[in-house]
Design a protein around this ligand. Structure first.
Ligand SMILES: *Cc1c(COP(=O)(O)O)cnc(C)c1O
Length: 371
């Protein structure tokens, strides 16, 4: 093969080694490694400031944060959600004893189709769990209107939406609670980690208790809950990464622009434009392959890239409702658009240190020109 440099779909951002070492050095004196240590508390504060939001509660990972968000709002019965997401979203609903009802997505930005939500609402519906998929913002205004009208809670899986703004306002300030993921593969990371973001101050102590076994002091336990605390090594990584986050996002932006220039006008290859009024974070670069126009399936393109040591990902495929653990459960849902997209979508490599030459090499293969 002509060019064997391996390109993975993602590569974690790392702070300079010395910065991390300096940051964790004090832990050898304090020996305070978890349970709301000083780095944990500082990271919560810094994130509130950076994101411009009222309350941030840190977690050991995004999934437990989302699980806890649903647990904290006393939901019952059915929850309207999207199957075009990472499996975590659906698991968090089902693990809370709730029934997911799958709503289709809109064909422009792949977020939940707000015109199809209302007909799924019954007297059992207690919430909407929507996803800002690929950092694309849901129609938060319409969702708010529907939720008010039917007295529903709104939880956003904003795992992809760190730092995204809508009309200058943080996207995570919409809804009752938003969850962001700080997994190693996300734009901002704490190795593993995540957070809940919410406006209602009265949730703060409940959420703190729910991430620590439901305890409230040494001899009081009010809730049946998880252990989901972020430790000091994770928080230290977060503090280091936060210093560099703006540069990281700028580098990602350049990669995305390079892809867009390269892929413009290729028949059968569609990519997103940034939505109106949105400040994006450039977390993913998904393309949708239309076999009839492109002359090749998504899977074939993925194979051809892999032959050149370039690893893309079918993200998201299959729909969560089509995984073995859910497909025979009889959950309601009409998800034709989502299924069609899932069968055609391919997420291309994107990370801050990907070079323009790397992008050009990937795009040459997509353009089927000589490499
Ligand atoms: C990453 C991700 C999660 C889970 O976050 P973790 O921090 O990995 O637990 C949930 N939902 C979506 C859409 C994700 O991409």
């Amino acid at each position: 093969m002509k060019n064997m440099k391996k390109i993975n779909v993602t590569s974690s951002s790392m702070p300079p080694f010395e910065e991390y070492i300096e940051k964790i050095r004090p832990l050898w004196d304090s020996k305070w490694l978890t349970n709301c240590g000083s780095m944990h508390n500082l990271l919560e504060e810094k994130l509130q400031e950076y994101l411009g939001v009222k309350n941030v509660s840190l977690f050991s990972n995004g999934h437990l944060a989302l699980y806890t968000a649903l647990n904290s709002l006393n939901l019952t019965g059915e929850v309207i959600t999207t199957p075009f997401t990472f499996i975590s979203t659906t698991h968090a609903i089902v693990q809370n004893g709730l029934t997911p009802v799958f709503c289709d997505i809109n064909p422009d930005d792949y977020t939940i189709d707000v015109n199809k939500i209302e007909k799924l609402i019954t007297d059992k519906t207690s919430a909407i769990v929507a996803v800002h998929v690929y950092g694309n913002a849901c129609d938060v205004e319409k969702i708010e209107e529907i939720a008010k009208k039917h007295n529903l809670k709104v939880i956003y899986d904003a795992a992809h939406a760190f730092g995204v703004k809508y009309k200058g306002r943080p996207i995570t300030s919409y809804g009752d609670i938003s969850m962001v993921s700080f997994h190693a593969t996300k734009v901002f990371h704490t190795i593993e980690g995540g957070a809940l973001i919410y406006n209602d101050d009265s949730l703060k102590s409940k959420i703190a208790s729910l991430r620590n076994f439901g305890l409230a002091g040494q001899d009081q336990c009010d809730y049946i809950a998880m252990n989901a605390k972020m430790n000091e090594f994770q928080a230290a990584m977060g503090l280091c990464n936060l210093k560099h986050i703006d540069e990281e996002i700028e580098k990602r932006r350049r990669v995305v622009l390079r892809y867009q220039e390269n892929l413009k006008g290729i028949k059968g290859i569609k990519y997103f434009q940034v939505q109106d009024n949105i400040t994006p974070n450039y977390i993913y670069f998904p393309i949708v392959v239309n076999e009839e126009e492109y002359g090749e399936t998504r899977d074939r393109l993925m194979e051809r890239l892999a032959d050149e040591n370039i690893f893309s990902r079918k993200y998201f495929y299959p729909l969560t409702c089509d995984f073995k653990c859910y497909k025979d459960k009889g959950y309601r849902g009409d998800v034709e658009v989502a299924r069609k997209i899932a069968e055609r979508v391919l997420t291309l490599p994107l990370y801050a240190s990907l070079t323009e030459e790397d992008v050009d090499r990937i795009c040459k293969i997509i353009k089927k020109s000589e490499v």
